[in-house]
Design a protein around this ligand. Structure first.
Ligand code: ADP
Length: 506
């Protein structure tokens, strides 16, 4: 009875439409596997195509034998639709992987429908398929044959619930195709009670209305039915709960993504700003250097053979050296940052006296301090010995002192070194411009500055490098400051020197 012909390649629009939806259903059908019992309830031919095609295709791909029981359509129609969706029907039939049967050969074999005999038959097909080397049986049947006088509703229910006993744990799965337009609501109602999963449109549904075989066969007690109802209620609630959790997780993810996006934008902004500051900073020492050298060249050219005074040459050379030192320091800082970014801060530690290192750096800064108008006072008693990296400690002190002079507003700078049993404490305090509270943590970040580039030159790297060094030495650095009332930087370094008495040296 081919009253409702399935769409074939001769009706391309519907097929093409179905073609797109096949992909979606295919994804959903991936949830199904051997042991499953599902019904496909459809109203339009396309709905049947989008669910039937991937069902057969996936079975073949998994190495199962696909048994297709035709009734509503002819074998040729079904084969044509499968072929149009990429199934090599002839090849699959030739190797026994795709088998078409009619309802007469299957459901009405003994002349009449017998649920038990049907399930026995299914079991035999399963065994034969396994023996033939298939991984199982993927069966589907067009159930329109059940519209006839046989079977009765009771028999059909009995058959479907026997399948629910047989299929779980077997190497077989079944997909019963019901055309909703042709069956009475009573039968569709039974169908929805007898299949654990239902395909509607391009979706696979966990069936909340599925009843256990015992319930369907009227063998379940009232207490058992109540248990079932409670279980179903819990299932719905659990599904809702999972959805809510998923929603929460998704919104948290969205917030996190937004934050990461902002961070990335901020990093790009900081890098761009840094590039412009860096080029400006690198150019700053070059201008006086060029002017001094140009001046000297002009003097030599205009001297008409007479020697340019020695002091004049020495003065220009000194000035040039000073600018070169600035350039070198800037380049060093940039190199340090790139090393730190790659996590390569190698330390060469030796036993040394922090007081000595501090005094040396202060001495080196004598000229700069005088220029800034700041007196630098060092308070330190005796020696404070530990195992540290000399050059890195010099760098820490250099950065703190040069900042104190730069931002110290020409007021005195106080340096103190103190030895405690296990650690050394270095404090650099100025009485200058100070730092606004909201910038206190930020200034230790890469390229971070709390002053305008117009008033104070700098790359915003000194404190970043300083903190990295201090941390590499397992120490800490903190700042206290009040806007307009100076800043105090406090570095604490573990001595990392084993002493015979168990106490630090000092
Ligand atoms: P730079 O001095 O090159 O800008 P740093 O990393 O050394 O970079 O310092 C970062 C920022 O911290 C400075 O731009 C400045 O705003 C602030 N800062 C550092 N030291 C002091 C200080 N002693 N007094 C006031 N502000 C300071």
């Amino acid at each position: 009875m081919n009253e409702a012909p399935m769409q074939t390649p001769t009706s391309p629009p519907v097929l093409l439409e179905a073609g797109a939806a096949v992909g979606e259903t295919a994804r959903q059908l991936k949830r199904l596997g051997l042991g499953d019992h599902v019904c496909l309830v459809y109203e339009r031919p396309e709905e049947q195509v989008v669910a039937m095609v991937p069902y057969v295709r996936q079975g073949l791909e998994r190495g199962e034998r696909c048994v297709y029981v035709v009734d509503e359509h002819s074998v040729d129609d079904v084969a044509a639709v499968l072929e149009a969706h990429g199934v090599e029907v002839e090849r699959e039939r030739a190797r026994g992987a795709l088998v078409f049967l009619t309802q007469r050969e299957v459901f009405l074999r003994g002349g009449r429908f017998e649920p038990e005999a049907m399930v026995d038959y299914f079991r035999r097909v399963e065994q034969e398929s396994l023996a033939a080397g298939f991984t199982g049986v993927c069966a589907t049947g067009e159930m329109s044959w059940a519209l006839g006088p046989e079977p009765s509703r009771q028999e059909l229910i009995r058959y479907e619930s026997l399948l629910n006993h047989f299929l779980p744990g077997s190497h077989a799965m079944a997909n019963c195709q019901y055309n909703r337009k042709r069956f009475s609501p009573e039968v569709i109602h039974d169908v929805l009670r007898t299949h654990p999963r239902v395909i509607l449109g391009d979706e696979v549904h966990e069936n909340l209305f599925y009843e256990t075989p015992e319930m369907l066969l009227g063998q379940e007690s009232e207490a058992g039915r109540v248990e079932w109802m409670v279980r179903q209620l819990r299932r719905v609630r659990e599904a809702e709960r999972k959805l809510v959790l998923l929603g929460i997780r998704l919104s948290e993810q969205a917030v996190e993504n937004g934050r990461l996006y902002e961070e990335a934008r901020e990093a790009v902004r900081a890098r761009d700003e840094f590039l412009s500051v860096a080029s400006h900073e690198l150019k700053t020492p070059l201008t006086p250097l060029r002017l001094r050298l140009q001046g000297l060249r002009r003097e030599v050219e205009g001297s008409e053979g007479e020697a340019v005074p020695r002091e004049r040459v020495v003065m220009v050379a000194r000035g040039a050296e000073q600018q070169l030192r600035k350039l070198t320091a800037l380049v060093e800082a940039l190199l340090d940052v790139s090393r730190l970014t790659q996590g390569r801060l190698a330390l060469t530690c030796e036993e040394l006296d922090l007081v000595e290192v501090v005094r040396e750096v202060v001495e080196r800064f004598a000229q700069q301090a005088a220029k800034a108008g700041s007196a630098v006072e060092v308070v330190a008693e005796g020696r404070v010995v530990g195992r540290w990296d000399r050059l890195r400690l010099e760098q820490v002190m250099t950065n703190l002192l040069s900042n104190a002079l730069k931002y110290g507003a020409g007021k005195p700078v106080h340096v103190a070194v103190r030895g405690e049993p296990e650690r050394a404490v270095l404090v650099v305090r100025d009485e200058g411009i100070g730092i606004e509270p909201e910038h206190l943590e930020r200034i230790f970040g890469k390229f971070e500055r709390a002053v305008s580039g117009r008033h104070y030159g700098g790359l915003g790297l000194g404190l970043y490098i300083t903190r990295q060094i201090v941390q590499a030495l397992e120490g800490t650095i903190e700042v206290e400051s009040e806007l307009g009332h100076g800043s105090t930087f406090r570095v604490v370094l573990p001595r990392r020197t084993p002493s015979p008495s168990g106490r630090g040296l000092g």
